[in-house]
Design a protein around this ligand. Structure first.
Ligand SMILES: [Zn+2]
Length: 304
């Protein structure tokens, strides 16, 4: 199967926490949040690799946040076949869990998680309702996929809609065998669903940070570690040594600055202070002028 119709975006909350984690010590709560978002995202990407190998004619849409009657619902993966739409929720839980009614209990820590299957059923109901409102008639099947091979779930009830790690290969084979032929109606539905995507979920909690508490510098794209100057035109990742041009590194750093501090203006001085490792203000100015639109004049100009 070719590329997904909509590729998966890293959640904004994860982008923020990942950047902060490299630049400061996160609060316990933020760290927990970061860990669980990163883990969840990793699981979704793992599942994307499997859907990327599907050979049957289908449309894959990754990561939708939809809304009906003021209720948000999120679907990790939507797969459109000729007659049936598959909704898949992916969980990357790891370790030993015990299934209790409506909850999963982590055996070692005693931590309780709500059974994600209940949440999935809620999504399925809302998705059906949305389809009906849009005037489409499809079968809808929802599946919960536990992707992490290090998961053991004791006392799990038999449920054909819940796919455990040892069942994933078979599940994908089943999807591959679905007889299916798509037409323009399916394309239309896919486009419509993507147009209804609301993008990012509101943050679980606002991370605790401010400009003064963050360590300044340029983070590498490869390892999210600080970079050091290598001459005037290149920067090098302090962890793995991979090089990047100053221009692409500064642009990345500006984008990070804008996400972390939307209330601050992008000026030559601000970015010079934020990047720290680029020695020439003139270089910063040139990169900003080339890649952004200038607003205001002289000393008071900034970039958007
Ligand atoms: Zn690196």
């Amino acid at each position: 199967m070719p590329e997904p119709r909509k590729s998966r975006q890293i959640p904004l909350e994860l982008v923020v926490l990942q950047s902060l984690n490299s630049r400061m010590t996160l609060s316990d709560q933020d760290w927990k949040n970061y860990f669980s978002l990163a883990k969840g995202f990793e699981g979704e990407v793992k599942f994307d690799q499997l859907t990327g190998k599907l050979e049957s004619e289908c449309i894959v849409i990754n990561g939708l946040l939809l809304k009906i009657d003021n209720h948000f619902f999120q679907i990790d993966t939507v797969i459109i076949f000729q007659k049936t739409i598959y909704l898949v929720d992916v969980k990357n839980y790891e370790g030993d869990y015990e299934f209790e009614s409506k909850n999963l209990k982590h055996i070692k820590t005693g931590k309780i998680i709500k059974d994600p299957y209940i949440q999935l059923q809620r999504c399925e109901t809302m998705f059906r309702q949305l389809l009906q409102e849009l005037g489409f008639h499809f079968n809808v099947e929802a599946y919960l996929v536990y992707i992490n091979s290090e998961l053991t779930m004791y006392q799990a009830p038999q449920n054909p809609s819940v796919i455990f790690p040892t069942q994933i290969v078979r599940f994908m084979q089943t999807l591959n065998k679905i007889p299916t032929k798509l037409n323009s109606g399916h394309e239309k539905l896919a486009d419509l669903l993507i147009s209804l995507d609301l993008g990012d979920y509101p943050f679980t909690a606002k991370p605790d940070y401010d400009y003064d508490r963050t360590i300044k510098g340029v983070l590498s794209a490869c390892c999210h570690q600080f970079m050091e100057a290598d001459g005037d035109t290149k920067l090098r990742c302090c962890k793995c040594g991979l090089e990047d041009s100053v221009e692409s590194a500064v642009i990345r750093c500006v984008e990070e600055f804008k996400i972390l501090f939307p209330e601050r203006r992008v000026t030559t001085n601000a970015i010079y202070d934020w990047c720290k490792v680029v020695r020439s203000k003139r270089t910063i100015r040139r990169i900003l002028q080339k890649n952004y639109r200038v607003c205001g004049k002289g000393k008071y100009c900034y970039y958007v």
